[in-house]
Structures are given as C-alpha cells and as structure tokens.
Design a protein around this ligand. Structure first.
Ligand code: ATP
Ligand code: MG
Length: 372
C-alpha cells in the first residue's frame, strides 16, 4: 500500500436520518490525498447517503465534512456549500450522458458551465478523452456508443475539470461481467495516473478488494471495519465482516481459555453431535466462557477421505459430502458437519460422491475466533 500523508476528505461524526430511519450513524473517516477508498456493504446500509453527503446532495443533521482545508458542511457551525462549490466529480450507475451532444461536448460541458476559455476547454477535454481512451470518438453522438463507452464519457466528464475528489456510486453495475472487469481495471489505472482522491461505492466485495487502498465495511448505517483489503479479508473484526468479505463458514462456540497465542474453543456441531474442542487464532476482546464464532475460509480447510492420524490441537471435523460444483480451476464442495454446511475448495482431480464420509482439518492459525 502506498503511504498517504495529507488528508483530503475528513468526515467526523456524520449523522443522517430520513424520518424515523437512521441512514448514516456517527460516521468517521479520513481519506488521504490520492487514496482510493471504497464503501462496501449490503443494500440499504448507507453507502449512497454517505456519498451524497460528501457531494452536498444530502444535508446531514450533524457532523462535519472537510475537503482539502475547507469545511463543506457543518450543521453545528451553520456551514453548507452547494455541490457545485465543492470541487467534486461524480460518476453514477446510470450513465448520465446527454444524447443530443457529441462525446466532446458531453465532456466539455462542465468546463463551459464554469466559463473556462475555449483554449482550456479544448486542452482539458482532449486530455480527459485521451485518458479514458475515447479521443478517436470525440465527434460521435452519445446515442451511438456502447454501454462501456458511455460510462467512459461519464468518467471523462467527472475528471475534466480536475476536481480534488471523485465520487463513484456503483458505476459498473449496469455493465456485463467482462466489460465490468475491464472498466474496473481502467478506473484503477486512471485513478493512479491522475492521482485523484477517490471514494467508490459498491456492494461487490471482489470489486472492493481489487480496486481499493482501503475498504470501509458498513452495515445498518454503521461502519463495521476500516482497513486495507488484506486486513479486511484476513482479520475481520466480527462475524458480519467475515461473512460479507469472501466466503466463510461460521460456527458458534464458547471460549474456554487460551494456550499461548491460540484460543481454546468448544464449538457446537448440532444434530446430536458432541461439542468439539478446537484451537484457533483471534478471539480479541472475548472473555473466558463468552460466546465466540469460528470463521473458516474454504481455502484454509484440508479434506481427507480417510481418517487422518490425530492432530495435537484437535482441529478435526467429521462430515459427509453434500455436493460439488465445478469452478474451472478447482471444485467447490459443501460438507455437512453436524447441522452445519461447510464450504471447502478442492483440486479438480478429486472424486467425491454425495453422501461420502470425509474428514476436515485446519491449522489453528487458519481458524479465526470472532467475538459475537
Ligand atoms: N431520500 C430518501 N428518503 C427516505 N429514505 C431514504 C432516502 N434515501 C435513502 N433512504 C434510506 O436510507 C437507508 C440507506 O440508504 P442508501 O441509499 O444510503 O443505501 P445504500 O447502501 O446505498 O444501498 P444500495 O446498495 O441499495 O444502493 C436505506 O434504508 C434507505 O431506504
Ligand atoms: Mg446505493
């Protein structure tokens, strides 16, 4: 990760309600100059509302937002700047291009509104079109463009007046899978090339992990965790984040105590099976006897078709195959363990039959205990 120094967007104690509903609750985040931050979370968790508060399209009840050195909103200080005075570019899900204008005029529009000279308009519009790879199509009408090309026009429009910050609200969700990936990589390349501070909203976790310097995971109007993609994936702070980021199996249990760096846990298997003692890492903040959740990633579980000789730490689960799904380079397999379904990944050459008895093991440092 790049080291970022100067804050560009600072959000403190942001609070926004719609009638009885709290859309964003005590949101705090400092985004550095040139950083790419993604707001990630399920539908309705408050991502768009946060973005719209930064843009000035929603007015929060309380809190403060600064962009650069300027306070753009603070109900307490009676400050509110209109969107057009915030020096922000925006790209939304809908392409928002004007059909009756050429590509060039669509992109130049923002500069014309700002009464830029024609020399500046020509220079900056041409540069923005080059950056998004549309310089050859400058004179084409926007109606004669593909979805991906329209989204590039929207991107060029957002960057043409060289704003301090660019806000993206699910800009890729109207594109098909392949184009989506291509545009995703292009946005990242463009962002690094221009070095513009970016806030990107998505509910697609793989998009967030691939694109971002840092990810802000939200649920029910509240930030759950802020961290770089590796941290969010490997060290989720709670079961919500573990479950939302990537695939994981969650098993409830209790913390018995600690042995060195490991937590000793007893997990409930259900379906009449005796509770199982295991060792895992994590368990931060959990006290002895309190309930904890074991998070197991599919790639961290080893499958055995014969009972393996015992492990010193006892992380051995017995189960039966439910089904397998072919995913190209590997198979995804669901295993019934007690009342749980546990997902694992296996090499494609392994033959598994539904109902077949199997054994699962995992290293203590591959299981993560999470305070529930
Ligand atoms: N203009 C509005 N009037 C009333 N309620 C609203 C309004 N805008 C948003 N909300 C509510 O605020 C909450 C947060 O909405 P928001 O649009 O920020 O969610 P989101 O995370 O962007 O979801 P999605 O992934 O579906 O776009 C939701 O419960 C939503 O119903
Ligand atoms: Mg939204």
């Amino acid at each position: 990760m790049t080291d970022f120094l100067k804050p560009m967007v600072e959000i403190e104690h942001l609070h926004k309600t719609f009638g009885p509903e709290t859309a964003v609750k005590d949101f705090n985040l400092s985004i550095a100059e040139g950083e790419f931050v993604t707001l990630l979370g399920p539908s309705g968790c408050g991502k768009t509302t946060t973005l719209r508060c930064i843009a000035g399209l929603e007015r929060p009840e309380s809190g403060e937002i600064r962009i650069g050195d300027e306070i753009v909103v603070s109900p307490e200080k009676d400050i509110y700047l209109f969107p057009e005075h915030r020096n922000i570019g925006m790209v939304f899900q809908s392409y928002a291009v004007w059909p009756h204008m050429t590509v060039f005029d669509n992109v130049a529009y923002g500069l014309r509104v700002r009464r830029a000279s024609s020399a500046v308009i020509k220079k900056q519009t041409t540069r923005a079109l080059e950056l998004v790879g549309l310089d050859q199509l400058a004179e084409r009408y926007a109606t004669k463009l593909s979805g991906g090309q329209r989204q590039r026009v929207a991107l060029a429009r957002a960057i043409v007046y060289e704003p301090k910050v660019i806000l993206f609200d699910e800009p890729l969700s109207n594109l098909d899978a392949k184009l989506r990936e291509q545009m995703r990589d292009e946005i990242v390349r463009l962002q690094k090339e221009v070095g513009i501070t970016s806030v990107f909203v998505t509910h697609d976790q793989s998009e967030a992990l691939v694109m971002s310097d840092r990810v802000v995971v939200m649920d029910k109007a509240v930030i759950q965790q802020i961290g770089d993609p590796q941290t969010i994936y490997a060290n989720p702070v709670n079961a919500f984040v573990a479950n939302f980021i990537g695939v994981t199996s969650l098993l409830e249990g209790a913390l018995l105590g600690r042995t060195g760096e490991y937590c000793d846990m007893e997990i409930e298997l259900g379906n009449g099976q005796a509770p199982l003692r295991i060792q895992a890492v994590g368990g931060d903040g959990a006290e002895q006897g309190s309930s904890v959740i074991l998070s197991l990633r599919p790639e961290d579980i080893t499958l055995h078709t014969e009972a393996p000789s015992g492990t010193s730490y006892g992380n051995l689960l017995e189960g039966s195959v439910i089904d397998t799904v072919y995913l190209g380079s590997f198979l995804e397999c669901r295993i019934q363990v007690g009342s749980h379904e546990i997902g694992i990944q296996i090499d494609h050459f392994e033959q598994l039959e539904p109902g077949q008895k199997v054994f699962l093991t995992f290293q203590p440092n591959h299981g993560l205990a999470l305070a529930s």
